[in-house]
Design a protein around this ligand. Structure first.
Ligand code: NAD
Ligand code: WQD
Length: 335
């Protein structure tokens, strides 16, 4: 199958590209590189041994999308492209709605025009809002608490309407929990611009000496050690989840499917710090800072549906998450 990966040069898209190519698919990357670099595609080529065509364009350019779908004989789309920084979305909501929602409308229009109806969408556990119970299953009520989350919810709802209107669509909405880690080669990984917002890249930069210390946002939550608990999932496991989702869509009746992709296991901020210290073999300075506005105490997934339907489960643990992050970070920092 020829598969178009929107945002295929990004953190998760690049790992999914490698996994999908290794599973025998022909991958085409569609990306405007607003949050990634063209050199990532060279790394994907090196890891897969495939030529990997690239279309450099904005998702909102429907004409270019139409051309790409035709030229490359695309049979399915995995849609990663979007902006993802929660804080930035609060400051720049119009940019977020334009990029994420308008971009997805453009993609759906192009797919519809070509009669192409197989789509995997990168959603997020953020659509569950403040958890009402744990672990969170797919039936948990949805509620977004920031503009980024609302773009994801809008898109999820649009996809449900599309599937209702035309029962030939095959759509998987994948709700990722907290993706971390990197490919074992250290060639691709998460390399955010500026100061990282997320815990794991921040820890990695502290360990590499690029940032002085970690701020632990709150130690008075109702959790075993008082710090926030999250369901961190290795990006390579997550990438395999996309291979399983594509296979599922092709083998099952058309319709709309929704899956949590997590491990089902929560770790606290301090557990993450300790695990990284053990792998890097150096202490990680941290200070306890006030709670970050909008943060919740705990969030982790119920993963039974993906296991039973997709036959997929995360297999890599915290040690592999930290080791691969550290390998990638050392390479990126030239250590
Ligand atoms: P990323 O920023 O590394 O990758 C996104 C890619 O999309 C980048 O290469 C960027 O250049 C590209 N892009 C953005 N807007 C575009 C546009 N209008 N046209 C063309 N290309 C565009 O992010 P990621 O971490 O790989 O996330 C991928 C997807 O998964 C996103 O939709 C994100 O919301 C979702 N997600 C991410 C996380 C996470 O913690 N990383 C968690 C849940 C969901
Ligand atoms: C994890 C834990 C922080 C940074 C975000 C998005 C979510 C999804 C995944 C896209 C929390 C603590 C963090 C730091 C800290 N993305 N922390 N010091 O907030 O669970 O989820 O990324 O869909 O939508 O909201 O992830 O990595 O930012 O935080 O103490 O410098 O680490 O308070 O407990 P989060 P995170």
């Amino acid at each position: 199958m020829n598969i178009l990966l929107t945002g295929g040069a990004g953190y998760i898209g690049s790992h999914a590209a490698v996994a999908l190519a290794s599973a025998g698919h022909q991958i085409v990357v569609f990306d405007n590189f607003c949050n990634s670099r063209p050199t990532v595609v060279d790394q994907i080529r090196a890891l897969t041994g495939q030529p990997i065509p690239v279309v450099e364009a904005d998702l909102r350019d429907t004409a270019v999308l139409l051309g790409a779908l035709t030229t490359h004989g695309i049979g399915a789309v995995v849609h990663f492209a979007g902006l993802k920084a929660v804080g930035e979305s609060v400051a720049k909501p119009i940019e977020y709605y334009a990029n994420n929602v308008q971009g997805t409308i453009s993609l759906l229009q192009a797919m519809q025009a070509k009669g192409l109806k197989t789509l995997v969408f990168s959603s997020s556990a953020t659509v569950y809002g403040d958890p009402q119970y744990l672990p969170i299953d797919e039936a948990h009520p949805t509620a977004a608490t920031n503009p980024y989350g609302r773009t994801k919810l809008h898109i999820e709802e649009m996809l449900a309407d599309v599937a209702r209107a035309d029962p030939q669509w095959r759509i998987a909405r994948l709700r990722y929990f907290n993706p971390v880690g990197a490919h074992e080669s250290g060639l691709i990984g998460e390399d955010p611009n500026g100061i990282p917002n997320n815990l794991m890249p921040y820890i990695a930069r502290v360990a590499a000496g690029q940032l002085p210390h970690l701020n632990v946002f709150g130690n008075d939550y109702d959790t075993p050690d008082g710090t926030g608990v999250r369901d961190y999932i290795h990006v390579v496991d997550l990438a395999q989840g996309h291979v399983a989702a594509v296979r599922y869509l092709l083998e099952h009746a058309p319709g709309l499917y929704t899956f949590n992709l997590g491990t089902g296991q929560g770790y606290s901020v301090l557990e993450m710090v300790r695990a990284f210290e053990a792998v890097a073999g150096r202490p990680l300075p941290f200070t306890i800072a006030p709670r970050r506005p909008g943060d919740i105490a705990s969030c982790f997934a119920k993963v039974d549906l993906a296991a039973s339907a997709l036959g997929w489960r995360a297999t890599l643990g915290l040690k592999e998450m930290c080791e691969s992050t550290w390998r990638f970070q050392q390479r990126a920092a030239g250590l």
